[in-house]
Design a protein around this ligand. Structure first.
Ligand SMILES: *Cc1c(COP(=O)(O)O)cnc(C)c1O
Length: 425
């Protein structure tokens, strides 16, 4: 068969784009070559509905070994006693958690989307907001989770589940405090660690597992694996809420979650992606990954200082993790304008609402900046100053096409010292 050059030329073009630009989208990263290679392999041909040892199809003995290896490695990464590696994405993992815990119409409490929460934490446009009654807590004027408001809403509304976790929040979480109020009202605590999971895996942030009943994550953000989702428990438990499976039987939480992933919300698992997850979890268990996590935090700190020194306003005045949220109002710029102009200089990030934003979600007053991807490229603290100087040069000359084009040239030259997949030629 003839090579489909149309598609492969586009993939090559995307590789060149990734090589030449500065990637600051906080949810992105670059997997290892091995992780990518595992994804493009023959388990993609296999149907394996069910779980290892309990499949609905024949010929699953090898994919059983692959999936079991992924589960065992993941349990080691987070010191968990149970894990499900089948969710196709973070949103799919969260859908399964909702399905396992909540009946339609029941209440849950999550971080407001305009203050850093995720779509699946109750957006009116998402299944979570359409199927369940979504209640929200926010952040204080200082940009820190408003735990008092969370506690007051929890006591007043008695939600079935409280979600902690965010997509645009630069501070660590007080999981213990959330668990305390949840225990008062008998609520399930669900931590969605999609963003900081890699920093939690390396022990650099608070550990949610001791305080939260259920933990979900993506595998492609700070965990640096293939695109996908996971769900974990440190301790399985006979669920004290009397939640029953569709046949009316009482089940443990792990059984409810397994049933909610398959057959509850997904069909056949992506065993080639699960193979790539196993490779990534193996990498996370190495010392190199611990060094990576430390460098991510060091880079985020250095970048925050560099922005501060140039008069940029960081929400909460800084960061504990891999990202920062910048309010551009004192620079007379919108998030939209900043994103679009930086794109022209091959610096990629996203516009983002800041807490109490007066602009629409399409315009926004802020940008979200993350360092996981550039840290994987090999940058250290000293490079953060250079990156921020490029950003500042572009934003302060946003209407000067020549200046923006000149920065693009500098960015492309700068990135040549950080090779990406040199094996691919
Ligand atoms: C990214 C993210 C998700 C969803 O992940 P997808 O793989 O894009 O579906 C869920 N929750 C949070 C907090 C996230 O940041």
């Amino acid at each position: 068969m003839q090579k489909d050059t149309l598609v492969f030329d586009l993939i090559r073009k995307e590789l060149d784009r990734q090589r030449h630009g500065i990637e600051l989208i906080a949810s992105e990263n670059f997997t290892s070559l091995q992780v990518m290679q595992a994804m493009g392999t023959v388990p993609t041909n296999k149907y394996a509905e069910g779980y290892p040892g309990k499949r609905y199809y024949g010929g699953c003995e090898v994919v059983d070994e692959i999936e079991t290896l992924a589960i065992d490695r993941l349990k080691k990464v987070f010191n968990a006693s149970w894990a499900n590696v089948q969710p196709h994405s973070g949103a799919s993992a969260n859908a399964a958690v909702f399905l396992a815990v909540m009946k339609p119409g029941e209440k849950f409490l999550g971080l407001d989307l305009s203050m850093g929460g995720h779509l699946t934490h109750g957006s009116p446009a998402n299944f979570s907001g359409k199927t369940y009654e979504a209640l929200h807590y926010g952040v204080t004027k200082d940009g820190i989770v408003d735990y008092e408001q969370l506690e007051a809403k929890a006591r007043a509304e008695k939600p079935k589940m409280i979600i902690c976790g965010a997509s645009a929040y630069s501070r660590d979480w007080d999981y213990k405090r959330i668990r305390a109020v949840a225990d008062e009202i008998g609520a399930v605590v669900f931590a969605d660690i999609a963003h900081p999971a890699g920093l939690i895996a390396t022990g650099l942030l608070n550990d949610p597992f001791d305080h939260c009943h259920i933990v979900s994550s993506t595998t492609h953000k700070t965990l640096r694996g293939p695109r996908g989702g996971i769900i974990m428990l440190r301790h399985d438990f006979e669920n004290p809420w009397g939640i029953k499976d569709p046949k009316g039987n009482l089940r443990t939480m792990s059984q409810l979650l397994d049933l909610a992933v398959f057959p509850g919300s997904q069909g056949g698992p992506l065993e080639h992606v699960i193979a790539a997850k196993a490779v990534a979890f193996g990498e996370i268990l190495s010392e190199d990954f611990t060094a990576y996590g430390k460098q991510v935090i060091a880079n985020a700190q250095a970048m925050a200082t560099a922005f501060n020194n140039r008069g940029y306003q960081l929400i909460s005045n800084g960061t504990d993790n891999h990202l920062m949220l910048i309010d551009l109002r004192n620079k007379n710029l919108t998030g939209k304008k900043a994103q679009e102009t930086l794109d022209k200089a091959h610096i990629t990030l996203n516009k983002n609402a800041v807490p109490f934003d007066d602009k629409s979600p399409f315009v926004t007053s802020g940008i979200r900046v993350g360092v996981p991807a550039i840290t994987t490229r090999g940058m250290n603290e000293a490079h953060m100053e250079t990156v921020v100087s490029f950003i500042d040069e572009v934003l302060m000359n946003a209407d000067d096409e020549n200046k923006v084009a000149a920065v693009k040239q500098e960015v492309n030259t700068f990135m040549q010292q950080f090779p990406l997949y040199p094996e691919l030629g």
